[in-house]
Design a protein around this ligand. Structure first.
Ligand code: NAD
Length: 346
């Protein structure tokens, strides 16, 4: 299938594919928009069943980055990279070195950082090949792993939504969390400190056991997380988990989580609204990490600047929720319109 026929193609400015037989690299970098500045978004290392699946993922994710960066008030466009995980054993350093050369070849139109399956150590390897990388642990304006800042942003958004929809603090709130990775686990820590009762699921049982012993979290199987009775649901694993099948099972009032592209199709926002569930748009809620990375790209990383942008994120979500409650329109549509306006599309 040609990329132009892919339903997720959204007039992306450019899409680049790379292969390096020696290291096993097969990667796609998609630049969705550079209207606000060079595109930026993480790189994902994942097992894809086909290159079409990888293409669909990168097209959706890069568009999401344009919206996310615009809504976070950053001078960055949207881009993303996916690396198809090689089968069997592979030399990780060689793979990320080849990926670094790929990023360099895009010539500064795309800045990379960590996403699912990628660590600051991988980014250190990429840095040896290109300067268009952030999320580093070392260097003059290194910002490190963005995940704790993403978790901070998600936590603030959950607090805000609970206050607006339920009129309460998080103390005693039942919050279900799907995915206990870099973001999900740190989010649980913050929610636990705020007095919430956690119900968690992950395919990685050791993370589930850790959350159980550290936070007293109740645990359920990955399949059962949707049907859990709770006040708030925080999807922090992978995308497209809000679909007709799962939405039917949900027994929550609010959804706010870190995962990218949570809605399987654009109709899902409407379905959630019809069920009386307040959906906090993913690319607003999870903007903390890219804010942290943007500080590094600008070359003058500092916590005060990041704090200001995180407060801006809360204000943006607050505006969306207020407008949705005033107009009766769904939050995802309102957020999309705001983002499109900011990037000069629509
Ligand atoms: P991660 O890989 O560290 O964690 C993901 C977790 O989800 C893993 O523990 C994995 O085992 C679990 N998981 C996978 N499939 C699952 C399933 N079916 N049910 C339950 N658990 C499952 O990734 P992360 O960095 O924590 O990111 C989580 C999500 O947030 C991703 O969608 C990512 O794109 C998004 N995100 C991350 C950041 C960031 O700063 N890391 C920023 C913005 C958005």
């Amino acid at each position: 299938m040609s990329i132009f026929e892919n339903v997720n193609f959204d007039d992306h400015e450019s899409v680049h594919s790379f292969a390096d037989p020696q290291s096993g690299l097969k990667a796609i970098i998609a630049v969705h928009s550079t209207t606000l500045g060079p595109s930026a978004g993480g790189s994902r290392l994942w097992t894809y069943a086909s290159s079409e699946q990888a293409m669909t993922d990168v097209l959706r994710l890069s568009r999401g980055m344009s919206y996310k960066n615009a809504m976070a008030g950053l001078k960055l466009g949207g881009g993303k990279a996916v690396i198809m995980r090689p089968e069997g054993d592979f030399d990780r350093t060689a793979l990320f070195a080849a990926f670094g050369r790929a990023v360099e070849a895009v010539g500064g139109k795309y800045y990379t950082a960590e996403d699912v399956g990628v660590s600051p150590e991988d980014m250190r390897v990429v840095r040896a090949q290109t300067k268009y990388v952030a999320g580093l642990n070392e260097g003059a304006s290194a910002s490190g792993d963005p995940s704790p800042v993403t978790a901070d942003g998600v936590f603030r958004c959950i607090k805000l939504a609970a206050d607006k929809k339920l009129g309460t603090s998080l103390k005693g709130m039942r919050i279900s969390v799907q995915g206990l990775g870099h973001v999900g686990y740190d989010l649980c820590r913050r929610l636990d400190e705020a007095g919430a009762q956690l119900i968690v699921a992950d395919i990685n049982t050791s993370l589930v056991e850790k959350a159980q012993s550290r936070f007293g979290a109740k645990t359920v199987t990955p399949d059962d997380i949707y049907a859990v009775e709770a006040d708030i649901y925080a999807p922090c694993a992978l995308g497209a988990t809000l679909n007709p099948d799962t939405i039917e099972q949900l027994k929550v009032s609010i959804i706010a989580g870190a995962a990218n592209n949570q809605l399987s199709t654009s109709q899902m926002g409407q379905s959630l609204q019809e069920r009386g569930i307040l959906y906090c748009p993913d690319y607003v809620v999870n903007g903390g990490g890219i804010i942290n990375i943007a500080g590094e790209i600008e070359g003058n990383y500092n916590r005060d600047w990041v704090e200001g942008k995180l407060q801006g994120l809360e204000k943006t979500l607050s505006d969306i929720l207020d407008l949705a409650s005033k107009t009766g329109r769904s939050t995802d549509v309102i957020a999309d319109e705001m983002a499109q306006k900011r990037i000069g599309r629509g």
